[in-house]
Design a protein around this ligand. Structure first.
Ligand code: ISJ
Length: 470
């Protein structure tokens, strides 16, 4: 099912931030985390840089097995028809859409793309504003200036309303008192551990090599979830992760499964910048709470993750699936031979950065970031090995619709650049007070259900601690 076909005619103007008089205050400290209180924000933020979209020019929604292809066809039509004047010309300038895609083709959740009205972008070398409007007339610099005045709400500091709470979180299996109350979603803890035990048995019986099993909890904060504050906390505390936020549903009449998706992911499914693709693959997790008293954190992480054959194997499956997905599109794929340890506030991960030089297809064009996201999703970091068997076992054992959890989330521009993370460490907002938070773990033959349950808590913590406590 799709909506808003045929594609709308859009026009865009990108200006250097310094050319927009009303944005002069923001330009002195262009930390995009200062913009999170604006209307209907869409975000992609790392270390205070990235993209914030405000307002909305167009939305494309789709469900089912053709969700990626349908979105690409729609975006191709939009960008071919669009009148664009881009005075900055970098990845992320000109026409731009944020997007999110359901993990599974069978999901009832809407996938799709959102084109904001105003995009504020920064990277290490530049800062810009793009105004996107309906119709065939390119907006003027005065229009950009007026749109900024109308849409941007600039906070004085980098973070709106951040009140850092404890990051060490609950003991395994429980929720700390500073959290909002979380009740089991589809399966309770016992049922989920039984599902993990079933998965382990199937792996031991040789039915598959690796499986990623997730569970969900539902949080009722008892008061309105202030989006800007939640995103502010995530992007400050998980500054090296990608803070994402995208809303595909209608604010006025949210359909089931189409609430706002938000979180801070440490995992880059695939990024394309000017013909080079890169990815950060994660698999293998260690909870910082498991650090013994007096132990050196770095030594502990190196021994427990680097020295564990189980963790290394889990990791290898994930890297191999990514490389297999990228290879048909690349002349050369490199990296992933020696994982490193990624240090996050809640956990350590085994991580590999992979790079690929992209090759033009038969039509002479390079694959876009969205095409590659489709090609590599789902990797064994969130599904398993072999992919199809794992996908079917997941549906059987989890008994839930993952929705947008563990699917690609990110952005793409009109030139094929883009960044698609994996929607982990996040939530889907169900209504003003409630959110569904999900997390999962890689299961291999040696996995212990109780330890995996504890690992899900470690991965739920970032989102639970960023929602307002009751
Ligand atoms: C599935 C999740 O995380 C994934 C699974 C990991 C693991 O099993 O060690 C590590 C990072 C992610 O690739 C999640 O956060 O929900």
């Amino acid at each position: 099912m799709t909506t808003e076909l045929p594609a709308p005619t859009l026009s865009a103007l990108t200006l250097p931030l310094s050319d927009v008089p009303s944005a002069a205050g923001f330009a002195r400290d262009p930390d995009v985390r200062r913009l999170l209180d604006g209307p209907d924000p869409a975000t992609w933020i790392v270390r205070g840089r990235g993209l914030v979209g405000l307002g909305r020019a167009a939305t494309f929604r789709v469900r089912g097995g053709t969700r990626f292809t349908a979105a690409r066809v729609w975006w191709d039509a939009v960008r071919q028809d669009a009148a664009v004047e881009d005075r900055v010309r970098r990845p992320g300038t000109g026409l731009l859409a944020f997007g999110a895609f359901a993990f599974a083709p069978s999901s009832t959740a809407a996938s799709g793309l959102v084109v904001p009205e105003l995009v504020v972008g920064t990277d290490d070398d530049a800062a810009w504003l793009t105004l996107i409007v309906p119709g065939a007339t390119v907006p003027t610099p005065a229009d950009v200036d007026a749109a900024w005045s109308r849409l941007a709400r600039v906070a004085p500091g980098p973070v709106a309303g951040a009140t850092p709470e404890r990051l060490d979180g609950p003991a395994a299996g429980g929720a700390a008192s500073s959290y909002p109350t979380a009740v089991p979603g589809t399966l309770d803890e016992g049922e989920w551990m039984a599902a993990v035990a079933d998965g382990v048995a199937m792996i031991r019986a040789g039915e598959l090599d690796k499986l990623v099993l997730a569970r969900d909890v539902v949080v009722d904060t008892g008061r309105p979830i202030e989006l800007g504050a939640v995103l502010g906390r995530l992007s400050e505390r998980f500054a090296t992760c990608w803070t994402y936020c995208v809303r595909l549903g209608d604010e006025d009449s949210p359909e089931e499964g189409s609430g706002r998706l938000l979180g801070a992911t440490p995992e880059m499914l695939v990024r394309v910048h000017r013909g080079t693709a890169s990815a950060r693959v994660l698999a293998g997790t260690l909870d910082r709470q498991d650090l013994p008293d007096g132990a050196n954190p770095d030594d502990f992480a190196i021994t427990e993750l680097g020295g564990s054959e189980k963790q290394q194997r889990e990791h290898r499956f994930a890297v191999e699936s990514l490389v297999a997905g990228l290879s048909p599109y690349a002349d050369e794929v490199s990296g992933g031979e020696r994982p490193f340890i990624l240090d996050l506030p809640n956990v350590w991960h085994l991580a590999s950065d992979v790079t690929a030089r992209l090759r033009a297809g038969v039509d002479g064009t390079l694959p876009s970031a969205l095409e590659l996201a489709e090609a590599v999703h789902p990797t064994a970091a969130v599904c398993g090995t072999p992919t199809e068997t794992a996908g079917a076992v997941i549906e059987d054992l989890e008994r839930m619709d993952r929705g947008l959890y563990a699917g690609p989330v990110g952005w793409l521009d009109g030139a094929g650049n883009g960044e698609w993370g994996i929607a982990l460490r996040g939530a889907v907002q169900l209504d003003a007070h409630r959110a569904r938070v999900s997390a999962g773990c890689g299961i291999v033959a040696e996995s212990d259900p109780r330890a995996e349950l504890a690992e899900t808590w470690a991965k739920l913590r970032p989102m639970l601690e960023s929602l307002p406590a009751r």
